[in-house]
Design a protein around this ligand. Sequence first.
Ligand code: A2H
Length: 257
Amino acid sequence: EGVGPQDYTCIKLKVLEFAPEAQAIVAANKELQGKKIFMVAATLRPETMYGQTNCFVGVDLKYGIFKTRNADELFLMTERAARNMAFQNLSPSNGEVVKVADFVGRQLIGTQIQAPLSSYPSVYVLPMDGVLATKGTGVVTSVPSDSPDDYAAVMDLKKKPDYYKIQPEWIASYEPIPIINTPAYGNLAAPTVCAQMKINSQKDKTQLALAKEAVYKDGFYNGVMVIGEHTGKPVQEAKPLIRQMLIDANQAVPYNE
Ligand code: A2H
């Protein structure tokens, strides 16, 4: 982690309806009328995107909407990510960063988005404690079937919606979806490992780091897809194919940092 370049896939989460405070900001901005706005999430596991149940932001992090190389599409992410993307042929011109709106994460909570490949036609933007401003785009797509961090955060939100200032229906009926099967953890690796290790909350950081490592390696080396067009294929084989399929469909872009 943090050593050497990281090959991410940035998933384009189309905004269907902004939460009220964010909507007021967008509505007041002439540059945004009639444009498509995407929250952009950096992932190392594109093959798990069938299982997206929500997306996470940090409530205190700063986000912006930035112009891209495509005049009709804008990206919502951290300014740090926008600066990196400007040198990866993703901004209007090389090195150019054009921000057209500003938000704080909490204003985005409750926004509805369309997550490519997800079995759920629309999902919500929700808070997570551990979202780093210094990694990826500051937007984390949530796959509770295969990410212990995501599963622990989703369980916290389901248990304590008031504490996290969310409406229960934004997550209550969004269950983890089987994506990958392995001999060790079955087809819901993250819930299984969290139960085995008695992980009760996203605050159990030491245990979560161990769980994440175990599930990541096991899924990659021993996993077989149980959903989608590559059902039956090993994860190692399906991963680059699903990544390319998302990129070809203009639902994702490659991103390095
Ligand atoms: B992964 P690495 Cl299913 N702050 O995507 C915190 N976490 C972030 C982040 C940020 N700013 N940006 C990205 N991430 C998460 C899927 C996934 C991920 C699964 C399983 C494991 C997993 C769905 N969430 O990551 O430090 C994103 O979550 C475990 C490594 O660059 C991204 O991939 O290695 C991963 O961390 C990148 O972490």
